[in-house]
Design a protein around this ligand. Sequence first.
Ligand code: 48H
Length: 257
Amino acid sequence: MLDEIKISQAIINSYKKKLLKVLDVDVAIVGGGPSGLSCAYYLAKAKRSIVLLERKLSIGGGMWGGGMMFNEIVVQKKARLILDELRIATHPYKEDYYLAEAIEAVCGLGYRCMQAGVKIFNLISAEDVLIRKNRVCGLVLNWTAVELANLDVDPLTLRAKYVVDATGHAAEVVRVAEKKADIKLKTSTGKILGEKSMWAEVAETTILKNTKEVCPGLYVCGMAANAVFGSPRMGPIFGGMLLSGKKAASEIIKKLK
Ligand code: 48H
């Protein structure tokens, strides 16, 4: 006999346990797009405790739609190696261009992350950061539904040794840190420089340079890195996102040692 109350108890107890476990982690990643997922995968592979928070119902960010809703993504050879490692199929187009199915790429990234031990929480938004002694050391969280309904509901918090802003074009975490704390970012002006118009070649090279600790305790990767450091957007080539997430992970792994 199926008992609805037992089903409810199972879900509530299990979710509560999972949530309590991530209140103090090595790394908290905000944003479940390609860069956040890639970062989470490599950190979890290195046996670090990782939580990834995603505002929307689905992870995947801008990758589902490929280019203008043609659901294919293009990656370069270097990034193809990441997809190979995750067992996501690619096929050569020409020269250094490879194609993957956007949907397989999102699902594959999510699946490999979960298998590696990443705890993913969807429907939760990071609305603020915790800062102690001029260092970002955690996040302030609320249900996305609270944000959408514009309700006055106080948030909860989690602590992390490092926070990663993988929120895409908006660079939301860096933005809130810049606005609310008197923190000087490691940019030429100490402030967010803002994303520039499309130039794939420049964007895909600068993104790796821009992937770094932008102020103590806070890393930036993916499109957010180019937005913070004033580099161009790149359009529907996703290699830079995957490589940027991997780079942020490897830098944090070194720091955590
Ligand atoms: C929780 C949040 C919050 C928040 C946002 O946009 P994304 O896909 O980001 P990237 O950097 O991994 O990938 C960028 C890529 O998709 C892209 O847009 C490219 C290549 N553009 C080039 C161009 O020229 O346009 O994912 C970010 C994710 C999304 O799922 C958001 O919902 C989520 O972050 N998010 N989650 N709390 N405060 N803000």
